[in-house]
Ligand binder design. Structure first.
Ligand code: ADP
Ligand code: MG
Length: 738
């Protein structure tokens, strides 16, 4: 029961962009997408179908047409999710759709135009405004990471040398689920800082991409924000909640064409298609609810989104559509995908006091630095009081925590102590210099000593200053509610914002109620009907029949579509399978013909399966730890020989083989003495050449493996080849003479 309570479905909203100029000039007869904003429905018209064919209708949590505003969409559909993240839930927003339908526009928008700013900048605003307005007993730590998945490799976009860096690996831990190992994360204190982080990542993304649009349509971009919040609980201890927000701009959902491309491009297309079909399979398996196995491990993308799809997260999927008739098929596929995703159930929960909270580490480090500083300052203060000749009555209290005002006082006194001490040392130095009774040597020694004491004092002061700077830098990274960030908005604006949010909330509720009513209407239609006459009953029932018939037709069409879709994906899979089989056969052929069986066995024995990476890997020849111990030394040479010598060579020497090869002659190699082919110079000799047994009619050629043979042993081929070269010479000379 409690489990059912905590589960909620993935929210799906659909957005359609306006027709662009090119589509308008193509004479597209209006868009094929119609939207009912009140009911949250999308009606899709098939441009190739006859007018009588029923249109396809899909219902979603919300729909946004070409005139929709970024801000309205954010307030209605995404604000609640960010609020949850601030409360310690995991949240994911991902944009899905064909290239050019507005995924990046939805996620990022136009940064410089406040009206057109997308989800990400709005989320930045939202998060930092929330922090600035929260109570002052809350402490926050916000950090951001930015990565990209391209050709199934994870690249850290915030790592300055990401281009040369190795692709990152995925790891899994029971605490935080799947995460990326060694991913850079930047602590951000303000909107400006987090925007800089985003820009840095965007630039890194563009570097090396010849065409940014094309690159972005082939790679997935994930911007991750972690918000940690610590607040004293009723038990008096500070509790930390960690909310993680994934903002995902997926690669274009269209299948990458595999026809006409080769080599790297083909592999790339296969990998992009793989991650998209893996996403589709995961969504299908989850939406179906019956299949026990969800293939998260099939791609990096699905593994990273594991929690967002069917796990501990609240998820909103924004499916983007284009209204142009030529993209009807893609649009339908996107709508189907989105429709399926609605059925996925997640189990979000608040992440309370996780072990890896960075905020906790920060707090500990700050406390440590503070204690260290206080200790130093107290010591200085203590000394000053001694210098002043005051009695010291607080011995042993050094470790006590101090109030802030007291801190300031201590700091002042410590500074004064340093000054006084410096003055005292100066005075003493002066006194030594003026002392007439001291010997010059003695004077020098005493002055040196004082000099050293001053140096020590300065060093101590520098160390304290450094410690203070470190402490302040650490502390400034923690955002304290209502303190660090000054909220510039005035009361009126605040009220306006709240009103707008209330209206958005109202709209959402209204839409939900409308959708519920629609469902109930259909169900209760039968119950409400009471008929006064037979005629009326016939009419009502005919109407109902018509309605049901239309529905039946819709479902039949749907069935047909789904079937077609399956057939295409099956064909594609078969094609991939064929390609893979061919490649496998080729590899087997190489192994069987060119790799000695014992080498093959050695390689096979070294192979191990890495379940984490889901692939086969080689074990290192020597374990890294014991490398230096186990590595065999190069053998020393036998007495009487210049260098280490093999058993074979030794035997060969005793057998009386040529002494020159006694060290090297491990294998007997037949030399390839095939004569040089000069036939290309003389076409008339070609026929003759074709008959030459040494060149073409060699029996080994039929077996597919070319084995060299010595032409010295084959006088026939030798003579024929010499005639060829002679003819070639004759043929060549006249042309030279001319
Ligand atoms: P994608 O990231 O899906 O490939 P983009 O976000 O780059 O697509 O959008 C393609 C073009 O369409 C851009 O020029 C963008 O400005 C425009 N566009 C997309 N959605 C909208 C919208 N809702 N309103 C106005 N223009 C849009
Ligand atoms: Mg894009």
């Amino acid at each position: 029961m409690s489990k059912a309570k905590s589960s909620e479905s993935v929210k799906v909203v659909v957005r359609c962009r306006p027709l662009n100029r090119k589509e308008e000039s193509n004479g597209a007869a209006g868009g094929i997408v119609q939207m009912d904003l009140r009911l949250g429905q999308v009606i899709l018209r098939n441009p190739r179908a006859s007018a009588s064919e029923p249109q396809k209708t899909f219902t979603f949590d919300a729909v946004y047409d070409a005139n929709s505003k970024q801000r309205d969409m954010y307030d209605e559909s995404l604000r609640p999710l960010i609020d949850s993240v601030l409360a310690g839930f995991n949240g994911t927003i991902f944009a899905y759709g064909q290239t050019g339908t507005g995924k990046t526009y939805t996620m990022q928008g136009v940064w410089l135009d406040p009206e057109k700013r997308g989800v990400i900048p709005n989320a930045f605003d939202h998060i930092f405004t929330h922090i600035s307005r929260s109570q002052s007993d809350k402490q926050y730590l916000v950090r951001a990471s930015y990565l990209e998945i391209y050709r199934e490799e994870i690249r850290d976009l915030l790592n300055p040398n990401h281009a040369s860096a190795k692709a990152l690996e995925l790891r899994e831990s029971p605490e935080i689920g799947v995460y990326v190992q060694d991913l850079t994360s930047c602590v951000c204190k303000s909107i400006k800082e987090i925007e800089e982080v985003m820009n840095m990542g965007n630039q890194a993304r563009a570097v090396g991409a010849t065409d940014m649009n094309e690159h972005s349509s082939r790679s997935h971009a994930l911007f991750l924000i972690t918000v940690e919040c610590s607040q004293p609980g009723p038990d008096g201890r500070k509790h930390i909640r960690v909310g993680r927000l994934n903002l995902v701009d997926l690669a274009g959902s269209e299948r990458q064409a595999k026809t006409g491309v080769q080599g790297e491009r083909l592999k790339e297309a296969a990998k992009i298609n793989l991650s998209l079909s893996a996403l589709g399979n995961v969504i299908s398996a989850l939406a179906d609810g019956r299949s026990g196995h969800v293939p998260y491990r099939d791609s990096k993308l699905t593994r990273l989104l594991q929690d967002s799809l069917g796990g501990n997260a609240k998820t909103v999927m924004v499916a983007t559509l284009g209204p142009a008739p030529q993209h009807y098929d893609e649009t339908l596929i996107t709508l189907r995908y989105a429709n399926r995703a609605k059925n996925i159930q997640n189990q979000p929960r608040v992440n309370e006091d996780p072990k890896d909270a960075l905020l906790r580490e920060f707090q500990r480090e700050i406390a440590r630095l503070r204690a260290q500083l206080n200790h130093r300052k107290w010591r200085s203060k203590q000394k000053k009081e001694r210098v002043d000749g005051e009695s010291w009555d607080r011995d042993g209290d050094e470790e006590t925590e101090f109030e802030e005002e007291e801190d300031v006082e201590v700091e002042k006194e410590a500074e004064e102590y340093v000054k006084l001490e410096e003055q005292r040392l100066e005075r003493e130095k002066e006194a030594i210099r003026e002392d007439q009774f001291l010997l010059a040597e003695e004077k020098q020694r005493l002055l040196g000593e004082k000099e050293r004491m001053m140096g020590d004092l300065r060093k101590k002061q520098e160390a304290t200053e450094q410690l203070t700077a470190k402490y302040k830098a650490m502390e400034s990274k923690l955002l304290v509610g209502g303190k660090n960030i000054i909220d510039h908005t005035n009361e009126q604006q605040k009220m306006l914002e709240i009103r707008r949010q209330e209206i958005a909330e109202q709209m959402r509720k209204e839409r939900e109620m409308q959708q519920q009513m629609l469902v109930q209407d259909e169900e209760t239609l039968e119950l409400r009907d009471t008929f006064t006459s037979l005629q009326q009953e016939v009419e009502a029932k005919t109407k109902k029949l018509k309605k049901l018939y239309a529905k039946l037709q819709c479902i039949k069409a749907e069935l047909q579509d789904v079937n077609n879709e399956h057939v295409t994906s099956r064909q594609e899979l078969e094609q991939t399978q064929n390609e893979l089989t061919r490649e496998l056969k080729f590899k087997y052929l190489i192994i069987e013909n060119f790799i000695p069986p014992e080498e093959k066995n050695k390689i096979m024995n070294r192979l191990t399966f890495d379940p984490e990476e889901d692939q086969w890997k080689f074990q290192p020849l020597v374990p890294a730890s014991s490398k230096s111990l186990q590595m065999k030394r190069r053998p020393a040479s036998t007495v009487g020989y210049k260098r280490p010598i093999s058993q074979y060579a030794r035997v060969a020497i005793t057998m009386g083989a040529h002494s020159r090869y006694r060290a090297e002659n491990i294998m007997f190699l037949e030399l390839d003495m095939t004569p040089p082919n000069t036939a290309s110079l003389d076409r008339s000799a070609e026929a003759e050449l074709n008959q030459s047994p040494s060149v073409d009619n060699s029996p080994t050629k039929d077996r597919g493996v070319h084995k060299s043979r010595s032409w010295c042993k084959n006088p026939k081929s030798a003579s024929s080849s010499s005639t060829i070269s002679l003819v070639a010479c004759h043929a060549a000379t006249p042309t030279v003479a001319q």
